[in-house]
Design a protein around this ligand. Structure first.
Ligand SMILES: *[C@@H]1O[C@H](CO)[C@@H](O)[C@H](O)[C@H]1NC(C)=O
Ligand SMILES: *[C@@H]1O[C@H](CO)[C@@H](O)[C@H](O)[C@H]1NC(C)=O
Length: 348
């Protein structure tokens, strides 16, 4: 089953050195903010240095992201502010992928697994993808309510890294009664096969550098450069991740929605509980449309109009901007002068 032709495919480009260790997730379309290296061979200290670099990179990309027709949420922008404390090395590739979920302890009190699912659900015994799963177990076991799946957005965002950044907060927000689960969608992060159009991180960075230094703009004399770059990139991606069994054909949103269902069923649960941000709201809407009977509790946060997304129009993303800002001031006012530095006697 191929991705539908119009579906906005995102290729997570990860460096792939011989040892498959040094990684940095970035996708061609939106999720340009570099993600942290997988904590595999890096030490906590070196990750802190990297974190600082990532922050700088993240700040410099905000400007870039703002002129993209995307729903960049605050989470996307601030999402990289991972505290270094507690960072622990973990080798995802030491986990044997399996068709049932076998949890292994990771990142101190969390659990990780790699779940094998068919690339093509019509060919269940054909080539598989190993989906990386990372969970923060529920703290309130007495009131246990199931597993909450997360998607941070992108498309191209890593759910396992999102757990590192926001998992504890989210676990607390939902009262500790859910296992909070981040998964790396097809092609992304520690999930294999990875959708990478470049062989190394340096290749990718050089490519991006040319864009970020504003070599390209919309003047007549540069449009042809932009076109040439798109053609090159397309050819590269076709070579690296295209083809009959290339991951590009099997990374569509509808398949990720099916993966979510499979994950939850393998956990022995009936309904999917889900919290998705930004592009994750598209994924949530796809899931609800495809499997309405399987929806438990579903939050879509920073909502992207899925029709507009799917039709590649993307013109509805700003329609609620004024209402969102008004709501921010309402809440800020409600929080009071102690907590809200912008507080005024009236929210308007
Ligand atoms: C557009 O790009 C060209 C080539 O890099 C450059 O010479 C020109 O100054 C740029 N124009 C603007 C408005 O940035
Ligand atoms: C978005 O584009 C569609 C199709 O062109 C149009 O029907 C719709 O009114 C537009 N919506 C907004 C908010 O601009």
């Amino acid at each position: 089953m191929a991705s539908k032709p119009n579906e906005k495919r995102t290729f997570q480009t990860l460096s792939n050195n011989d040892n498959q260790r040094e990684r940095s997730g970035m996708s061609v379309y939106l999720e340009h903010v570099p993600t942290q290296s997988l904590p595999v061979t890096t030490t906590a200290a070196s990750r802190c240095v990297k974190f600082a670099l990532v922050l700088i990179a993240a700040i410099s990309t905000i400007v870039f992201q703002l002129w993209l027709p995307s729903t960049v949420t605050v989470t996307d922008i601030l999402g990289e502010s991972t505290p270094c404390a507690g960072a622990k090395d973990f080798d995802w590739y030491s986990l044997e992928p399996s068709r049932d979920i076998r949890w292994t302890s990771c990142y101190s009190d969390q659990k990780c697994a790699r779940l094998l699912l068919p690339l093509d659900y019509d060919i269940p015994d054909g080539p598989a993808t190993a989906i990386a799963l990372r969970i923060i177990p529920a703290t309130d076991k007495e009131n246990y309510r199931g597993t909450l799946l997360l998607n941070p957005g992108g498309p191209g965002g890593s759910g396992t890294e999102f757990i590192a950044r926001r998992g504890i907060d989210i676990s607390q927000i939902v009262g500790g009664s859910y296992d909070v689960l981040g998964f790396d969608p097809r092609g992304i992060g520690a999930t294999t096969p990875a959708a990478r159009c470049f062989d190394t991180e340096s290749q990718w960075k050089l490519w991006e550098l040319q864009r970020d230094t504003r070599l390209l703009n919309l003047t007549d004399d540069t449009v042809h450069i932009a076109r040439a770059r798109e053609k090159l990139l397309t050819a590269r991606c076709e070579e690296k991740i295209g083809g009959e069994w290339g991951i590009a054909r099997f990374a569509g949103t509808h398949l990720v929605a099916r993966d979510m269902l499979e994950i939850v069923e393998r956990l022995g649960q009936q309904k999917v509980h889900y919290w998705g941000f930004s592009y994750g709201t598209v994924l949530g809407q796809y899931f609800a449309a495809l499997y309405p009977q399987k929806v438990g509790r579903l939050i879509i946060d920073g909502v992207f109009d899925a029709y507009s997304y799917r039709a590649n129009i993307w013109n509805t993303s700003l329609v609620d901007t004024d209402a969102v800002i008004a709501s921010f001031f309402q809440h800020c006012h409600h929080a009071g002068p102690e907590k809200c530095a912008l507080w005024e006697p009236s929210p308007a």
